[in-house]
Design a protein around this ligand. Structure first.
Ligand code: ADP
Ligand code: ADP
Length: 225
């Protein structure tokens, strides 16, 4: 039985394309939560849960955490009350098995409404990732040059300490890009064939990308206004 439709959106793009940054802005603009599997894994890592311990070795190498645990984690997250109107997926799905699982998890509420591909060249992605800094407390994302905090090393939102992710080292980033092209890039074709894909140029400033994403959603009648 199909229940009330929900606004489920997917953000695709290479590591560093700006998915997390844009998902946070969309969360405010659309009033539906961002579900970042990377953030969920990092939260588990920080709290040393069983899931965090399992995920760590994969994340350290820049490989994907096994589908079974990743999909179960998303399934649980989707059952929380804040997802009653939909969700913005950032960093999930990352391969075909996850995409098929997500179709199944969302089918009862109308499935994925739109997939936004944020495109960016690899060398620019590398520059973005090596300058990325993240708040230890709230996970807010900054860049030392492109999106600096007001006070160096300190989060604008909650005063938390900013740190560089262990997996943002150049060697690990190269493997993450490789994994993206091998496992995640085929999803571009998967969603294109379903008529769900919109591509936005991710090399523009943060606010321009955000405006382009919102315009794309309106054009596709995925959101009103
Ligand atoms: P980025 O934002 O740079 O693309 P993420 O924060 O999304 O990186 O992911 C960091 C790491 O967490 C990945 O390299 C991978 O090990 C793990 N991870 C995140 N999402 C998934 C997923 N959907 N499936 C498997 N592993 C994932
Ligand atoms: P992803 O989630 O796709 O890995 P992030 O949102 O974490 O990407 O962005 C990667 C880095 O690039 C961060 O340091 C972020 O501040 C910066 N960034 C994001 N979008 C832009 C943009 N449009 N222009 C310049 N820097 C950006």
């Amino acid at each position: 039985m199909v229940q009330a439709e929900r606004l489920y959106l997917v953000l695709l793009g290479v590591p560093g394309a700006g998915k997390g940054t844009q998902a946070s802005l969309l969360e405010d603009a659309l009033a539906i939560p961002q579900i970042s599997t990377g953030d969920l894994f990092r939260y588990n890592l920080k709290n040393q849960t069983e899931l965090g311990v399992l995920a760590k070795s994969y994340m350290d190498r820049g490989d994907l955490v096994p589908d079974e645990v990743t999909i179960r984690m998303v399934e649980e997250r989707l059952q929380r009350e804040d997802c009653a109107k939909g969700a913005i997926f950032d960093g999930f799905p990352r391969n075909l098995a996850q995409a098929v699982a997500l179709d199944q998890l969302t089918a009862v509420h109308g499935g994925i409404r739109r997939v936004l591909l944020i495109s960016l060249e690899d060398d620019e992605a590398m520059r973005r990732i090596t300058g990325r800094r993240v708040c230890r407390t709230c996970g807010a994302v900054y860049h030392v040059d492109f999106n600096p905090p007001k006070v160096e090393g300190v989060c604008d939102l909650d005063g938390g300490e900013l740190y560089q992710r262990d997996d943002d080292k150049p060697e690990t980033v190269r493997n993450r890009l490789f994994v993206y092209y091998k496992q995640t890039a085929p999803l571009v074709g998967y969603y294109f064939a379903k008529g769900l894909l919109t591509e936005v140029d991710g090399s523009q400033p943060i606010e321009t990308v955000q405006a382009a994403l919102l315009a794309a959603l309106r054009d596709a009648a995925a959101v009103g206004g």
